[in-house]
Design a binder for this molecule. Structure first.
Ligand code: FAD
Length: 434
């Protein structure tokens, strides 16, 4: 088995130069948030002198290793969000997310394989059916077992929720395209450049680089200070599957798909006809300490492989060619953060909780507007400049988060066995705060 990230089949070449001593904007982090920020800033003002500093390689973080769902999902479910901020503001957010998907599609070239054919959350027991049916709304349509099976031939499928607002992408190729885009428009990119925001600019390799505006776009790989926790999401990919297997499985339109488990999971049919599937289940690292070992938790990779085979028993002898993982950042209220302080020129964005492909586009666009002093409907979205509530101190945080991780698995197994909503699930649902 190749243990690398499926998408990162080649290295992105960045010409190596020395940074200047001064820019208009310095961006820390070479993932979607950093690159889209440069993209949107340059769209508003093509004369801006922008530098992007990446500690490792561009696309090294979650942006170059995710599941490739460019989705309109938000980490807090619509009905919970309506209870928090009201229907009008909730609708405004989802409309902005829907438009963001189309704008990403308008930007993407063929290499990104952007295909907007929706996502299918399917149920394989009655408990999952009732949970999914509670989420039916104007953008989540209920499909009967036979309608769902016609889209994707999952063993034991009992119905599904279909969200047409989701596209499949190759995330690393999107990173690569973005690099070419911002470099062509004059942004300067520096890899192997660990940067720290300091007053009036950034420190890179002990050199002070001045900039009136600094953007921290480091998401889960930045320092957390209890404002978010890193949780690891792990993925595996199969070898390319034959045409005859795909005619058995269906999904000719490359819908993204997931089972309605408590344990987050997500899958896509890649451009080269593999299945790339991911899921949570790795435990939270004490003190939010980043851990490469967590990305390689074999037990979780094995669980994800078995999950896929339980959906499609025809794949029981298929080869899995890749296994990898990465961290997502989760805030205490499960909402992203996006802040810009005009007086210091410091902006930051992240906390997308595993829904960052579309959200990083939207958040960067808003941040660029705030920096440019431009007011719009987007700059009034509810999470803009929202205060970040801190996570509990350790060891409480460690105990609580890992209990949730464990109990999610327990309740999924109970529901698969009994078909009834798990009691454990009733206890953990409010804690998960979705
Ligand atoms: C396995 C996995 C699957 C996922 N699947 C999906 C999905 O299907 N759909 C979806 O919407 N979201 C998904 N996500 C989440 C999504 O990928 C992220 O939310 C998004 O990519 C975050 O982008 P970013 O640019 O903010 O952060 P990142 O891509 O993590 O980029 C941050 C960059 O900052 C760099 N950095 C950190 N500190 C410094 C420093 N001091 N100096 C310089 N550089 C620094 C890092 O090296 C990193 O490259 C997934 C995440 C993972 C891990």
């Amino acid at each position: 088995m190749n243990s690398g990230v499926l998408w990162q089949a080649y290295a992105i070449r960045i010409e190596s130069t020395e940074p200047k001593s001064e820019y208009d904007v310095c961006i820390i982090g070479g993932g979607f948030s950093g690159l889209w920020s440069a993209h949107h800033l340059l769209a508003l003002d093509p004369t801006l002198r922008i530098a992007i500093f990446e500690a490792y390689e561009f696309g090294f973080g979650a942006s170059g290793r995710n599941g490739g769902w460019a989705s309109s999902e938000y980490p807090v479910y619509r009905r919970s969000l309506i209870a928090r901020i009201g229907e009008a503001r909730t609708n405004q957010l989802f409309e902005a997310l829907d438009s963001a998907i189309d704008e990403i599609g308008g930007f993407a070239d063929e290499s990104v394989g952007f295909t907007k054919s929706g996502s299918l959350y399917f149920a394989r027991n009655d408990a999952q059916v009732s949970r999914l049916r509670e989420r039916v709304d104007s953008s989540h349509l209920w499909l009967s077992a036979s309608e769902a099976k016609a889209k994707l031939n999952v063993d034991g499928i009992k119905g599904a929720l279909f969200n047409p607002n989701c596209a499949t992408i190759n995330p690393f190729n999107l990173v690569s395209l973005l690099i070419r885009d911002v470099a062509k428009r004059g942004a300067e990119l520096f890899e192997s450049s660990f940067a720290t925001a300091v007053g009036g600019g950034v420190l890179v390799n002990n050199a002070h680089i001045a900039a009136p505006v600094v953007i921290q776009a480091t998401e889960a790989l930045g320092s957390a200070d209890r404002e978010f926790i890193p949780l690891y999401s792990l993925m595996v990919a199969t070898e390319p599957l034959s045409g005859s297997i795909w005619s058995e499985l269906g999904n000719s339109s490359r819908i993204t798909f997931a089972e309605a488990l408590h344990m987050v999971n997500y899958a896509q049919r890649t451009l080269d006809n593999r299945i790339a599937i991911g899921g949570r289940g790795a435990t939270y690292p004490f003190g939010s300490k980043l851990s490469v070992a967590k990305e390689k938790t074999e037990k979780v990779h094995a669980t994800i492989r078995s999950l896929l085979i339980s959906w499609f028993p025809i794949l029981k002898d298929v080869k899995f060619t890749h296994a990898w993982g990465g961290a997502v950042a989760i805030t205490r209220n499960w909402e992203p953060y996006l802040q810009f302080d005009k007086s210091s020129g410091y902006g930051r964005l992240g906390g997308y909780a595993g829904d960052g492909v579309t959200m990083s586009y939207l958040a960067s666009k808003i941040l660029a507007q705030l920096i440019a002093g431009k007011e719009s409907d987007l700059t009034n979205l509810h999470f803009v400049n929202q205060r970040i509530r801190k996570w509990e101190l350790e060891p409480l945080r460690y105990l609580a988060v890992n209990s949730l991780v464990k109990l999610s698995g327990v309740s999924d197994r109970e529901e698969a066995r009994t078909g009834r909503p798990s009691l454990v699930s009733k206890i953990i649902s409010p804690l998960i705060l979705r």
